[in-house]
Design a protein around this ligand. Structure first.
Ligand SMILES: Cc1ncc(COP(=O)(O)O)c(C=O)c1O
Length: 387
């Protein structure tokens, strides 16, 4: 079966953040929308059919996840990641960000140190600072667009920390951490008794030479690790608020699950449950085709910047549909850069300040039809040329 990722779908007016919030946040809505991390592609035919079938039953009361739901999540972890998990370890939560916040509140106290690795997804910063915890930033080190972990700094910070929020694959730098790197992280965290929350929401979106490894599947790191994964990014169902949180260690599970239950976050979304089952049990061929298309988009974007706009430095993502762009060579401040992007090039990107102290960086989402991507990059190229 072939899937048409070139099809341009008009999302305006569907109540989606990526297009319908443009005016509110960027001041205009005639922009190429390459910001929020969702995709402009239709979901798999199998997901669409499962949702249509669910609407045929006209009652949408509280949910109970049936065996098929757990079988789907367990199958996916084993089949895709060689990671054996069981039902007793699974906590159901609407999203991974809520789960990270729950973990921060459950396992740390105000003033406790929590490590993140910036530049990194904004809600990680808020999950630490927003609850009065101390942010310990183990900044990634960049060399020619490739980012790596500063392990000496990680070790120093781990000695003062209670928790590490790990992003693997990493948003926005696109790293898919190797087994060797994950082992080094895990060993440091074991040594200092640091709890790991591993956010693996981008795990399915990994390109040819790379392989996603859940840190919890290595050595005995499952004793100190809580993992979050979901079909939200890879199957484009973020609006259905359904994620899988895995806590193999009994005490960690009980504490986190109890808080999740008190807040009634486990009740779930009738459509999200069906979508997860259809994604993991029926849509793998669609995912493979998607990743191939995204990889071509990645190569297209990378080449375009390298060849046409080498002054803008770009990473080469190993996973995710996100590119991390460094505009510093243009010599503009954040305000001038924003004016160039929004008012001249008509581009909505995600400003680097969302990811830490990166005023002249921007994150570009390349999960859209290639024709849109080409037009958007041409528009940026022309705007820069015109000064
Ligand atoms: C690394 C990462 N974690 C979590 C999320 C959002 O997860 P959820 O919608 O499940 O809270 C995103 C969305 O962009 C993300 O990039």
């Amino acid at each position: 079966m072939s899937y048409n990722f070139d099809r341009v779908i008009d999302r305006k007016g569907s109540g989606c953040f990526k297009y319908d919030a443009l005016k509110m946040l960027f001041g205009r809505d005639d922009l190429y929308s390459l910001w929020v991390a969702d995709m402009d592609f239709a979901v798999s035919p199998q997901i669409q059919a499962a949702l249509a079938q669910r609407t045929e039953h006209p009652v949408f009361g509280y949910n109970l996840r049936l065996d098929r739901y757990y079988e789907a999540a367990i199958y996916w972890a084993a089949h895709r990641y060689n990671w054996d998990i069981c039902r007793e370890w699974i906590i159901s939560c609407p999203g991974i960000v809520p789960a990270i916040n729950l973990a921060v509140l459950t396992f740390t106290h105000p003033g406790d140190g929590i490590i993140i690795q910036s530049p990194v997804y904004g809600p990680f910063h808020h999950a630490v600072m927003g609850h009065g915890r101390k942010l310990l930033d183990n900044r990634l080190i960049e060399l020619d667009g490739h980012y790596r972990i500063d392990f000496d700094d990680l070790e120093r910070k781990a000695s003062q920390a209670k928790m590490l929020i790990l992003c693997n694959p990493h948003n926005p730098v696109g790293r898919v951490f190797t087994e060797e790197e994950l082992r080094a992280i895990g060993e440091i965290c074991m040594r200092y008794n640091v709890l790991i929350f591993s956010d693996e929401i981008h795990a399915d979106l990994v390109y040819s030479e790379y392989r996603h490894v859940p840190i919890s599947s290595l050595d005995n790191f499952s004793e100190i690790t809580i993992t979050g994964f979901s079909p939200a990014k890879s199957f484009n169902v973020a609006g259905l608020s359904t994620s899988v949180i895995v806590a193999p260690e009994k005490k960690l599970f009980e504490q986190l699950n109890s808080f999740n239950e008190k807040l009634h976050l486990f009740t779930g979304n009738s459509f999200g449950i069906k979508a997860l089952e259809a994604a993991y049990l029926e849509s793998e061929a669609w995912l493979e085709a998607l990743v191939k298309y995204l990889e071509e988009n990645r190569d297209f974007v990378y080449r375009y910047f390298r060849e046409q706009m080498p002054e803008i430095r770009i990473n080469n993502p190993e996973g995710t549909y996100l590119a991390w762009l460094d505009f510093s060579a243009l010599g503009m401040n954040a305000e001038a850069l924003n004016d160039l992007l929004v008012n001249k090039a008509k581009l909505a990107l995600d400003p680097g300040m969302k990811y830490g102290d990166y005023p002249v960086f921007q994150r570009l989402n390349f999960a859209c039809a290639r024709s849109i991507l080409r037009d958007a990059l041409d528009s940026l190229f022309n705007s820069i040329k015109q000064g």
